[in-house]
Design a protein around this ligand. Structure first.
Ligand code: TRP
Length: 359
């Protein structure tokens, strides 16, 4: 667990939020205030890895500890945006929930729910689709990239999924949406829809703010971005032996003296960054500590830190997976809560549009 910065539940955040582009904040502690609704989501396409953990999961736990109301959408329908079928969704979703909980998401304070279980959210699609043009959808760079990567013809679902996602975010009344850079165009669209809906029917939705993760993308053991499909990932659910094997086999470079230079030595820098993030220190400090002892010593250090940091998480994950009924109960309660919030949003949408015309 990352515990280098203590939680500040209840502390008043200063007014000026660090904002780089309109609606994008970088500093969690300054953007997040107790009571804010944080909406995030993951497509259940496989197990979580260290990149997820350092990039998003640890931040969600942190926002929860800061007193935000965190809602995590298990975006099951989104799996079919760029592939044919949802796959073994029950196993994947249970595993995902176990990994969220094991990492510190507390179902008593935060909400985890499967998208398909809350149909109310989809009703928002109809008015929202009327507020965007097909040209705007076709311009979305992330949709373009995902369409190319899928090697399939662009489906209407993939083209419109940023609108579905806007329905999720606005329907759940999200204030803050922690995302990676690739999701920023979608957040911009959600903000646009909130504004356009307000201009046409009267204000119902606040504009959600994107919260960009400060952690750079974690590289996999082959030096490319860590990804479950590339087979270069260190999985949260791996055994300690599998982690030893993966890190031992990680690519480095020929220079014995260890320095932190992400541009010229990306693979060494990646091991340093992972180790430092988990140990609560800086990559430079780890590099200085290893010095002339070379990549093998660095890997030993990384292995120790990764396995020690994940030990409790892995044990809890196993225990949670042994109780599938308990995991399902978390989803059921989450879906109930999400349905209430979404129902409230839909009521307000229908009222604003005059669709509540009979009793
Ligand atoms: N599309 C997001 C991704 O692939 C997942 C997601 C679904 C999401 N619903 C969301 C992210 C709502 C933020 C808010 O990563």
């Amino acid at each position: 667990m990352i515990t280098s910065t203590p939680a500040r539940t209840g502390a008043a955040a200063p007014d000026g939020v660090a904002v780089a582009a309109a609606g994008v904040a970088h500093d969690h502690d300054r953007a997040a205030r107790p009571g804010m609704r944080v909406v995030t989501g993951d497509r259940p396409t496989g197990p979580l890895h260290l990149g997820h953990y350092l990039g998003t999961l640890a931040n969600r736990v942190r926002l929860q500890e800061l007193g935000c109301r965190v809602t995590i959408i298990v975006a099951d329908y989104q799996v079919i945006t760029d592939r044919e079928a949802p796959g073994p969704v029950r196993e994947r979703v249970r595993n995902l929930v176990a990994e969220y909980l094991a990492a510190g998401i507390d179902p008593a304070r935060s909400v985890i729910f499967p998208h398909s279980a809350v149909p109310t959210l989809n009703q928002l699609m109809l008015p929202f689709l009327s507020l965007v043009s097909d040209a705007e959808l076709h311009r979305n760079p992330t949709v373009k990239a995902e369409s190319l990567a899928s090697r399939r013809t662009l489906s209407a679902l993939l083209l419109t999924y940023p609108v579905h996602q806007a329905a999720d975010i606005l329907g759940l009344q999200g204030d803050l949406v922690p995302v990676g850079r690739d999701q920023l165009p979608h957040l911009e669209l959600a903000r646009l829809i909130a504004r356009r809906f307000g201009a046409r029917y009267g204000r119902v939705f606040a504009e959600p703010q994107a919260l960009l993760s400060a952690t750079p993308a974690v590289l996999g053991t082959d030096g490319a971005k860590m990804s479950k499909t590339r087979g270069n990932a260190i999985l949260l659910g791996d055994t300690e032996d599998a982690t030893v094997a993966a890190i031992t086999a990680a690519r480095t470079d020929g220079q014995r003296h260890i320095t932190y230079d992400p541009h010229t030595r990306p693979q060494v820098a990646n091991l340093l960054a992972i180790t430092a993030a988990l140990a609560g220190t800086t990559p430079q400090a780890i590099a200085d500590e290893i010095g002339d002892r070379g990549a093998a010593a660095l890997k030993d250090r990384t292995i120790d830190v990764v396995n020690a940091s994940l030990r409790d998480l892995r044990r809890r994950r196993r225990e949670l997976l042994d109780d599938p009924a308990g995991l399902d109960a978390v989803l059921r309660r989450g879906a109930q809560h999400a349905a209430e919030v979404a129902g409230d949003s839909l009521d307000r949408v229908r009222a604003a549009m005059g669709m509540d015309y009979f009793s």
